[in-house]
Design a protein around this ligand. Structure first.
Ligand code: MG
Length: 252
């Protein structure tokens, strides 16, 4: 690099580095994704992956050392393939999470194609594989909301899924801001595709107000939140387009 400016690239995983697939466990990075992130690291760019997935999943799928992983919407943190550290406030929520998991499993048992994914520190109800997912969306969201009424948990709607998370102040935006400050980044890029990424755009707005140069990237899809696309500086047609754009960043 010609200057000492600290550049950083943060990215979501599902729908951004990996195609959205019917079974969440089948989401592998698209061709070139791992290599381009490694290339960014090699060219001195700070790289972070912010995702609702467990950090161990991100470490396994990307296998990259020197990358910052913030899993479970930032509740977890690991540098490279090292130990995953969980926030202490999160650990206190394990009882409520066990309760909601049991309730959602009962709910899913009555619905064809509805499944519960246990992410240890969050629970996700998936209805993508239901016969008519759009038709049951309101009902699924309402039932999930009812399942957490007496618990210190929050529901976050996603693309054909409902995530239930502990009511602890953490999200991709907080995580992004923490990481950007930690490395004193002067340039911060973030790319995402879903509702949970809007808070990362909010974080970029805060960083921009502090004089940082920021870029908001959004992957376009029929399911992408319109607000995310409206707010994006950069519209990317697919995860493959994200890889292509990241190549341009590593060449700077
Ligand atoms: Mg995503």
């Amino acid at each position: 690099m010609l200057t000492s400016c600290v550049r950083s690239v943060f990215t979501d995983y599902d729908g951004t580095l990996a195609e959205i697939v019917a079974r969440p466990e089948d989401a592998w990075p698209v061709a070139g994704a791992v290599d381009v992130l490694a290339g960014l690291v090699a060219s001195g760019v700070v790289v972070g992956v912010l995702s609702g997935r467990p950090t161990s999943f991100l470490q396994e799928r990307l296998g990259l050392d020197q990358v910052i992983y913030r899993g479970l919407y930032g509740f977890e943190r690991a540098v490279g393939l090292g130990e995953v550290v969980v926030s202490a406030a999160l650990a206190e929520a394990s009882g409520d999470l066990a309760l909601v998991r049991a309730r959602l499993e009962t709910l899913a048992a009555d619905q064809t194609g509805v499944t519960v994914e246990d992410k240890t520190w969050s629970v996700t109800l998936h209805y993508r594989n239901a016969p008519a997912p759009a038709a049951i969306e309101d009902r699924v969201r309402q039932a999930t909301q009812e399942a957490i009424l007496d618990l210190a948990l929050d529901m976050h709607p996603g693309r054909m899924c409902c995530e239930v998370l502990p009511r602890v102040k953490m999200d991709k935006g907080i995580a992004l801001e923490e990481e950007a400050h930690r490395v004193a980044a002067q340039e911060v890029v973030f790319c995402g595709d879903d509702f949970g990424d809007l808070v990362a755009f909010d974080a970029l707005d805060r960083l921009a107000a502090q004089g940082k140069k920021v870029m908001r990237g959004a992957v376009v899809s029929a399911e992408a939140p319109p607000l995310l696309l409206e707010r994006a500086d950069l519209l990317l047609a697919s995860p493959a387009a994200v890889v292509e754009k990241f190549h341009a960043f590593s060449g700077l």
